[in-house]
Design a protein around this ligand. Structure first.
Ligand code: ZN
Length: 475
């Protein structure tokens, strides 16, 4: 009850590594997983006397992301130095953007329990990534500079999110949009999409924002959800106990599921931002803008309109379009069955849980899955047989229609035959019948289960349910 009196307010800052071949200010490669310190040079290591030159692709990609998220694109923008000391930052400043970002005032739409919700995007700016510290028990702390100068965009949302589920839906949608544009692979396990969560609480109905804390560098949906839930409760408990929430950066520990204070949060003026004197301003011409705009492929929302034509709910469509590979897969399959909705159900309820989060490949051809949907639709197989076929198809491909015939898995729709099984099951289980008549639903399921096993799992469940009800309680 206590927590229901409060509302959580979340804004996300998402860092996305851009898929350029070279870094933002030098010609070093950006490939993930190379030997430490083999992809760096005096420029990205911040040696005195070096001169950064902006990689034009970075600007194109950031604008592409901005257009795809409905932002206004600046015609004039600049880069600034953000000064701070940390061992993974050899220059002791990061080149970022302060008051004139490339993109501002955008939004994306997400699907949540209450329907479609619009989440504002405050800004998108370009910046360079820092290096990586590796903590070794014997050798101490080592630095890998391969990541220094890898181009990033930072996408800052408005504090429009109100629950962990909304934060997840927003991130999924944002990730989908960025992946569709092709500017990043958004692999969370490789750190190419990382999320900082800003969270505050307030009493329900209040309009003034509470003091927020920031949880940095979360790189899995699961951690983000857990961190949000823990931090929300921690803040409500603190407010209830009369404590003040301190503006600070907190670390989420995946092992304990808790957040811990790291440092008091800096304000913008702590960073002593100033325009980078080595880099000229960025000017975006009309021609540049329209060339980039034309290069944007079909985006998730447009894709969704197509998929909605197959009679799916908005929520199910969103599940399918959030991954371009899945959307492509579904559309090929849907063209090959008369039951596209059943195909979507199979994908969402059976196939999704088999997909490996890292590789995201579907090990069943869309044509074969379409055949399974077709057989369900034509009442040739029931759903439990369908589940079994999907599992087996995942292991190795075969023609599901041939398999159903060969293994004699076709659904039994013969009412007379099923009625005979139903009567047998009823007379063999008088106790279950009695329990059901007293209102126990599980007893009903037990009888249906008995019938189903008499058919070796092949009975038509709709007919069986109907017959059992008619036999036991005809009125
Ligand atoms: Zn370099």
């Amino acid at each position: 009850m206590l927590y229901q009196n409060y509302e959580m307010v979340i804004g996300l800052e998402v860092h996305v590594e851009l898929k350029t071949a070279t870094k933002i200010f030098c010609n070093c490669k950006t490939e993930f997983g190379a030997e430490p310190n083999t992809q760096c040079c005096p420029i990205c290591m911040g040696m005195p006397g070096t001169l950064p030159v902006l990689n034009g692709k970075v600007v194109d990609y950031a604008i592409k992301a901005g257009i795809a998220t409905n932002c206004n694109i600046a015609s004039y923008s600049k880069q600034d130095r953000k000064n701070y000391f940390y061992p993974d930052l050899p220059k002791a400043y990061q080149i970022s953007q302060y008051d004139l970002p490339l993109c501002e005032n955008g939004h994306i739409d997400i699907e949540c329990e209450t329907g479609t919700k619009r989440i504002g995007i405050t800004r998108i700016h370009i910046e360079e990534d820092a290096g990586k510290l590796i903590h070794d028990d014997k050798l101490g702390t080592l630095i890998d500079c391969n990541r220094c100068g890898v181009p990033l965009i930072e996408i800052v949302s408005e504090p429009d999110l109100r629950s962990a589920e909304e934060a997840k839906a927003y991130l999924q949608k944002l990730r989908a949009i960025i992946m569709y544009t092709g500017v990043s692979d958004c692999k969370m396990n490789e750190g190419s999409l990382r999320c900082d969560v800003n969270l505050s609480v307030r009493k329900a109905g209040e309009t003034i924002l509470g003091t927020r804390t920031e949880m940095k560098n979360l790189n899995s949906f699961q951690f983000i959800m857990k961190a949000i839930e823990f931090e929300y409760k921690r803040q409500v408990d603190a407010v209830e106990a009369g404590e003040l929430i301190v503006q600070e950066t907190r670390r989420f520990d995946a092992d304990t599921g808790k957040t811990y204070s790291m440092r008091r949060k800096e304000n913008a003026n702590d960073y002593r931002y100033f325009p980078d004197p080595d880099l000229p301003p960025i000017e975006i011409t009309e021609a540049m803008f329209s060339t980039i705009k034309k290069s944007i492929p079909m985006l998730p929302d447009e894709r969704k309109c197509f998929i909605l034509n197959y009679g799916l709910s908005s929520y199910d469509s969103e599940m399918l379009i959030n991954n371009k590979t899945v959307a492509d897969y579904y559309e090929v399959g849907a063209k090959n069955t008369d039951y596209p909705k059943l195909l979507a159900n199979l994908l969402i309820s059976e196939v999704f849980r088999l997909i490996d989060a890292d590789t995201e490949t579907i090990r069943i051809s869309s044509l074969n899955l379409a055949k399974v949907a077709q057989m369900i639709g034509e009442q040739r197989i029931n759903s439990s047989v369908a589940k079994r076929i999907v599992k087996e198809l995942w292991e190795n491909e075969f023609d599901p229609e041939v398999m159903v015939k060969e293994k004699n898995l076709e659904q039994i729709n013969d009412r007379e035959l099923l009625l005979q099984y139903v009567r047998e099951a009823i007379s063999a289980n008088p106790k279950s019948v009695e329990d059901y008549l007293k209102g126990k639903q599980s007893a009903f399921k037990a009888i249906v289960g008995q019938v189903m096993s008499k058919t070796a799992g092949r009975g038509n469940p709709v007919i069986i349910n109907d017959l059992v009800i008619k036999e036991i309680a005809p009125n």
